[in-house]
Ligand binder design. Structure first.
Ligand SMILES: [Zn+2]
Length: 324
């Protein structure tokens, strides 16, 4: 069973060895809910999925937007849920009477895409999920690298603009502060209060400035609103600059892009391909830029796959044992 525990909802489903899913169940969650209330919500979801797909529960994998110690089954820090150092795997395992494994959501997405989606067959690739925030992981030499504290390849907080816009992390000018959905929404909310933006479609579509999100900006962009066009062009430029640096730094053969920003702005991919061709060093410019394939289920499928592989004692670090 895979569980996707996000900032505003939890979704569960049975995940097969071939990446198929069955018995989706979901619920909205709220920051005001306590830790134990949320555990009860996850248990309810898993039980509902189990009843819907009528299969025995072998193991559960939870993909969560948090810093995670996967081997100890602890959530170290989940800013959205305001959790610090919680033994989530043990607490859930007690309630569900089966093994529970935790994995960071970006790593889950990468594992899911690696086994069953756009990363299949590649030993050197970078997975970037650009939604509200920027989640990413890197597969290098056939290994999903972990780093010293399980966050290797998290590029959203690399500096793009020195001393730039404030980020949700302690730093300024991070990639996420320019291309993350929260940052696009925040900038639009500010711009519609300025003389140039007061008549923008963005404001009309949202009703009030406080309800503007990246999605509102993209809708206004499709309606050819001048402010929305300016904001999207700025995202294109920052995204292209970030991608050129990442391709130069990681030297991937494939770059897999997914998440709400990629879905909302499908014309971004050709722009990024062109930026790579024009600005990357020649040996690195051959990278294939492709869309993630697993859609909204990517974290769920990755978390279920992670549980399956941990449960069977397989190392999730590499695709297969290699001779020599
Ligand atoms: Zn940051």
């Amino acid at each position: 069973m895979g569980v996707d525990l996000g900032a505003t909802k939890v979704v569960s489903a049975w995940v097969g060895r071939d990446g198929t899913v069955d018995g989706h169940s979901g619920a909205r969650i709220y920051r005001s809910e306590g830790y134990h209330e949320l555990i009860s919500e996850i248990v309810r979801c898993v039980r509902a999925s189990q009843a819907a797909c009528r299969r025995p529960l072998a193991a559960v994998g939870v993909g969560i937007a948090a810093q995670v110690d996967s081997s100890a089954g602890r959530v170290l820090y989940a800013p959205n849920l305001k959790w610090k150092n919680r033994p989530l795997a043990a607490d859930l395992a007690r309630r569900l009477a089966c093994p529970v494994y935790l994995i960071n959501d970006a790593r889950a997405a990468t594992l899911g895409e690696w086994r069953h989606g756009a990363g299949r067959g590649s030993d050197n690739w970078l997975c970037l999920m650009v939604g509200t925030g920027v989640g990413s992981s890197a597969v290098v030499g056939g290994v999903l690298l972990e780093g010293a504290s399980n966050s290797f390849g998290e590029v959203g907080h690399l500096t793009l603009v020195s001393g730039g816009r404030p980020c949700h992390c302690p730093h300024r000018g991070c990639i996420e502060a320019y291309i993350g959905g929260w940052a696009i929404g925040e900038r639009a909310r500010r711009e519609v209060t300025l003389p140039n933006g007061r008549d923008s479609r963005i404001r009309v579509l949202a009703g009030t400035p406080g309800r503007i999100t990246a999605r509102t900006v993209f809708e206004a962009y499709r309606q050819k609103d001048p402010l929305a066009i300016r904001l999207v062009q700025s995202v294109e430029q920052y995204f292209a600059d970030a991608i050129v640096g990442l391709v130069n730094g990681f030297n991937p053969e494939r770059l897999v892009l997914g998440g709400g920003i990629i879905e909302g702005l499908p014309h971004l991919l050709p722009i990024l391909r062109q930026a790579i061709r024009t600005h990357c060093q020649p040996s690195e410019s051959k990278v294939h830029v492709v869309r993630a394939r697993l859609g909204a289920d990517t974290v769920l499928i990755g978390a279920g796959t992670y549980a399956l592989e941990r449960h069977r004692g397989r190392s999730v670090r590499g695709p297969a044992a290699r001779p020599g």
